[in-house]
Design a protein around this ligand. Structure first.
Ligand code: UD1
Ligand code: CA
Length: 462
């Protein structure tokens, strides 16, 4: 087998996106488009991969790092000009070169593999990957002669009305004989509607010079969707999302409505987990088996063990151990860790805190910068006062401690095992094992206060 090379085109700014963010860096299901392309390319292990970067290229290089080599395109003069920038790296090599755009995130490694094989079997100078598009607008059209041979590719803006009626489009993916590719690239001119050097013109030039040009038509257009604007971006997300959700369903995850469930590509989910509609799972989130995630939950970069229940809550960089549960309407912020069988109820926030096994934070509490032991009960409306406006301070609560409702625990403070905090207390000093702390004003009852009200009448308190 001849050596295989790949050139990924990623230097275009992406004007039609109307974005500050460079086009190929826009994410589809949590991964930048150009990363999707490279990931599929990597799966077929080419000898060398060169990514052509340009304006805003720092972001691409920061993202892809050493996974590819880079060629720099100073000015965006067109796709042929872009490929030509890889000449220093690939020009003298013998083999087959795949060219693919960084804005076509849906191609699979299988398709690229099939294209390479088809090209090599047919000993072609160029093989263009084509598809029949339901709406070909915007794509280059593939023109064929009477015998069905590809003669030329014409861009939307250069196409006659007749040519625009052609449904077969150039997907922007090709295999070329490497040396012929670079030889012909030097012959491409920019005499066209956009004043650009078009890579597809190489196809016409080769054909005119009797070099063998063939097309490999994909049975399904879907994979070849090119993302030039936000409408196509949304379509790409929807298609990729359907693939991701199907993969999880086949692996044993139940979705009550997969079309309304958003899951990034790197998320892992164990079998027998049930996901209600309107759940969002993002980043590197990992969810165990037999979990239950209800509607309205948003889980980002978090790790859930088996048998965890999340009810309409938001989790960010949090960990929940097995049989723990949260919600409704609570928030785990970075470095919240919920122990086995622990319970976080409704309207609670936990940040940078470890909640020990079987401990309970039932309602309306804030636990920040704390280590809570096992079997602790934290009543309603408890606040861990961790911040003095300058610094954050830590609180330690021992096993089996009981914190009464509406207590303020002013850090830094240590509450020992089996210690007890009376409801409504403001705690500023350490509490020893088995002690009870009560820090609140004593109640005073004023006898017969009623008669001192103005005129001694019932006020209108409704
Ligand atoms: C291109 C093809 C079109 C095909 C379509 C498939 C050309 C001229 N047209 O059109 O036939 O149907 O893809 O999606 O090739 N780029 C550079 N440098 C440049 C210009 C572009 O690196 O100077 C990169 C872009 O970042 C992008 C890719 O090349 O990743 C394609 O460019 P784009 O402008 O999106 O081409 P299309 O108009 O979509
Ligand atoms: Ca494009």
């Amino acid at each position: 087998m001849a050596d295989r090379f790949t050139v990924i085109l990623a230097a275009g700014k992406g004007t039609r996106m109307n974005s500050q963010l460079y086009k190929v860096l826009h994410p589809v299901c949590g991964r930048a488009m150009v990363d999707h392309v490279l990931t599929q390319v990597e799966a077929i292990s080419p000898t060398q991969v060169v990514t052509v970067v340009g304006f805003g290229s720092n972001g691409v290089q920061d993202l892809l790092q050493q996974r590819t080599e880079y060629a720099f395109q100073q000015e965006q003069l067109g796709t042929a000009h872009a490929v030509l920038q890889a000449e220093d790296i690939l020009g003298d090599k013998t083999g087959t070169t795949l060219v693919i755009s960084g804005d076509t995130p849906l191609f699979t490694a299988q398709t690229l593999q099939d294209l390479f094989a088809y090209h090599e079997q047919n000993k072609a100078a160029a093989t263009v990957l084509t598809a029949k598009a339901p709406d070909p607008f915007g794509y280059g059209r593939v023109l064929r002669n009477d015998t069905g041979q590809v003669t030329q590719i014409v861009e939307q803006k250069d196409a006659t009305v007749e040519q625009q009626a052609v449904a077969e489009i150039n997907t922007g993916v090709y295999c070329f004989d490497n040396q012929k590719l670079f030889a012909y690239l030097h012959q491409v001119n920019n005499d066209n509607a956009q004043g650009e050097y078009y890579l597809p013109d190489v196809i016409g030039l080769m054909q005119a010079n009797q070099d063998k040009v063939i097309a490999y038509q994909m049975p399904d257009f879907t994979e070849s969707l090119g993302v030039n604007d936000r409408v196509a971006l949304a379509q790409a997300n929807r298609i990729m999302q359907a693939r991701i959700n199907e993969k999880h369903m086949r692996a044993g995850v139940t979705f009550q409505d997969p079309t309304s469930t958003t899951i990034d590509i790197d998320v892992q989910i164990g079998n027998d987990t049930l996901i209600e509609p309107n759940v969002v799972l993002k980043g590197k989130t990992k969810i165990g088996s037999d979990c239950y995630i209800t509607s309205g939950s948003r889980i980002v970069d978090s790790c859930l063990a088996d048998h965890v229940r999340v009810v309409s809550s938001t989790l960010e960089q949090a960990t929940m151990h097995s049989y723990s549960n949260i919600g409704p309407n609570s928030h785990l912020r970075p470095l919240a860790e919920i122990g086995e069988q622990a319970h976080i109820g409704n309207f609670c926030e936990v940040k940078n805190a470890l909640i020990g096994p079987r401990s309970k934070v039932g309602h309306l509490s804030y636990v920040g910068d704390a280590t809570i032991g096992s079997d602790v009960n934290i009543g309603c409306g408890v606040v861990f006062v961790n911040y003095d406006g300058v610094q954050k301070f830590h609180t330690q609560v021992g096993d089996h401690a009981f914190i009464g409702s509406n207590a303020n625990i002013v850090a830094p403070v240590t509450i020992a095992d089996h210690a007890f905090v009376a409801a409504g207390s403001t705690i500023t000093a350490d509490i020893n094992r088995h002690d009870m702390a009560i820090g609140r004003a004593r109640q005073v009852n004023k006898p017969d206060y009623w008669s001192k009200l103005p005129l001694g009448q019932d006020p209108d308190w409704n």
